[in-house]
Design a protein around this ligand. Structure first.
Ligand SMILES: Nc1ncnc2c1ncn2[C@@H]1O[C@H](COP(=O)(O)OP(=O)(O)O)[C@@H](O)[C@H]1O
Ligand SMILES: [Mg+2]
Length: 469
């Protein structure tokens, strides 16, 4: 975005042109007051600020700093040629203080691509801007910026971008007693990046298990971390002063969440939703059937191709949304189904409409469906489970193996898969998903090929009859 200012003689006035939204128009007041507070002069002329290109909608307060600089350069209070090789991003307070804004890393990357050498931003945003590999000029006050541009001072250099401790903390699998089958499914989900649905009566540890998935996933690669940082920066979720996000995202929207909250585009402008915030991480839909059906259906696109395309009055956007989906649910509205010690009081109609909420198409996208039964007293009194660290080691080894080459299926494994397609029956997508899951089973077992045993285990995670009906 280019910001230009033009001063003309005439009745003093100030206008901003170039599709600026309300928050952007309000920059007039902040810039004017900030310039005065910095002991600089507000030109008593007709001032026109143009934000180019004019066809692109500008929103928010991020342009304050650039607008102030354009006015100061046009009125010869700072040297224009020096302003010209700086990018600027930040909001101005009425007293001239520079405030951090969202999207600084993205702005800094754009500035570097445009061949600018330095970016001016709030001191809190400097670690974020530095991630783009451009020299940053951290500024606390507009007065400081003016004297820097006049060559009177050098701003202090920002610290390197990763001041944060780099070992993320997640809840640990050691807390889970028993539930061997569900734990195994979680490990397979982590190793192969599969979607996982945990079904069963309340209080059996489904939510607890789901929250432990990020802790057994491999750490983010640098590229993944950068993607996550960009998204969280745009959504204003980065802590001020934080650099690269090293924590794998884990998002668990409440089941009352609206369509825009989940897929994006809520409020003013094109905001990323939970599905995008979960990019490169885990999206947990706890109590899946309680979500509005259209919200669930809208997730089918990102589950298929890892993106969300939004078309709103504000414009169009394609957001990344490659997440791993974990769902939890009861087997019936009262929750008693699947629990031998309780009697289900739901009418057949209620059970049917409960199941109808989950479309066949959505259910098909879960590679792993496990029922989580009520644990026996002895199991719950027993010893702790295996810790997440140990599970993660196996997961990482299996992922490395799968990344090197996907194991081929042996003829008996092929024959078993073909029989399953006819007997179950299995859709085309279902068959492909079972085949992939069987590869993950083989990789976790460090086998060179997918045998019938691996296919058989993969088939055991197809939706049970209670759900498939
Ligand atoms: N297998 C388990 N091991 C340890 N604690 C468990 C287990 N299952 C349930 N709990 C306990 O029960 C509580 C409820 O578990 P939760 O995951 O919320 O159940 P659900 O989501 O299946 O309704 C947990 O906070 C935990 O204290
Ligand atoms: Mg729960």
């Amino acid at each position: 975005m280019e910001v230009e200012a033009h001063l003309q003689s005439g009745v003093p006035a100030f206008s901003i042109v170039g599709l600026a939204d309300r928050a952007c128009q309000e920059a007039k007041h902040r810039v004017r007051s900030g310039i005065a507070a910095a002991g600089l002069e507000w030109p008593r002329r007709r001032i026109t600020v143009n934000l180019a290109p004019a066809w692109l909608r500008k929103e928010g307060s991020s342009f304050d700093l650039a607008i102030a600089l354009a006015v100061l350069a046009a009125s010869h209070q700072v040297p224009a040629e020096r302003v010209g090789d700086h990018a600027a991003v930040g909001e101005l307070a009425l007293d001239g203080t520079v405030r951090p804004v969202g999207g600084v890393v993205v702005a800094a990357e754009g500035a570097r691509r445009d061949g600018l050498t330095r970016i001016v931003c709030a001191a809190e945003s400097a670690p974020e801007a530095a991630l783009a590999g451009i020299e940053t000029v951290p500024i606390e006050h507009l007065a400081e910026l003016a004297s820097y541009l006049r060559g009177e001072m050098e701003p202090h250099r920002p610290v390197a971008a990763n001041g944060m401790p780099s070992t993320p903390r997640y809840p640990d699998l050691v807390d889970i007693r028993g539930q061997h089958r569900a734990r195994r499914a979680l490990e397979l989900a982590a190793a192969g990046g599969h979607n996982l649905l945990l079904a069963g009566p309340p209080g059996t540890g489904k939510t607890m298990l789901a929250r432990r998935l990020p802790g057994v996933l491999p750490p983010l690669t640098v590229d993944e971390a950068l993607e996550v940082t960009r998204i969280h920066s745009v959504a204003r979720l980065l802590r001020p002063g934080a650099g690269l996000v090293r924590q794998r995202p884990f998002r668990a929207p409440h089941h009352s969440a609206s369509m825009p909250a989940v897929v994006g585009g809520g409020g003013s402008g094109l905001r990323p939703g939970e599905a995008t915030l979960a990019h490169n991480g885990v999206l947990l839909l706890d109590e899946l059937p309680e979500f509005q059906r259209p919200v669930l259906e809208a997730l089918r696109q990102p589950l298929e191709d890892g993106t969300i395309a939004l078309a709103r009055v504000e414009g169009r956007a394609v957001f990344p949304a490659r997440f791993q989906l974990v769902g939890t649910m009861n087997l019936c509205p009262c929750g008693a189904r699947g629990d031998p010690s309780a009697e289900c009081s739901c009418s057949p109609q209620r059970v049917a409409s409960f199941r109808d909420k989950l479309s066949r198409a959505l259910l098909d996208r879960f590679d792993l469906v496990v029922t989580v039964p009520r644990a026996r007293a002895a199991e719950l009194a027993g010893s702790h489970g295996e810790a997440s660290d140990r599970v993660r080691e196996r997961v990482v080894a299996a992922r490395d193996r799968l990344a090197a080459s996907r194991p081929p299926r042996t003829p008996p494994a092929d024959a078993l898969l073909d029989r399953a397609v006819e007997r179950l029956p299995l859709s085309g997508r279902g068959r492909a998903r079972v085949a992939r899951l069987a590869e993950t089973v083989a990789a976790l077992a460090a086998a060179d090929a997918v045998g019938p045993g691996h296919v058989a285990e993969a088939l055991a995670y197809r939706p049970p009859r209670e759900l498939a009906a």
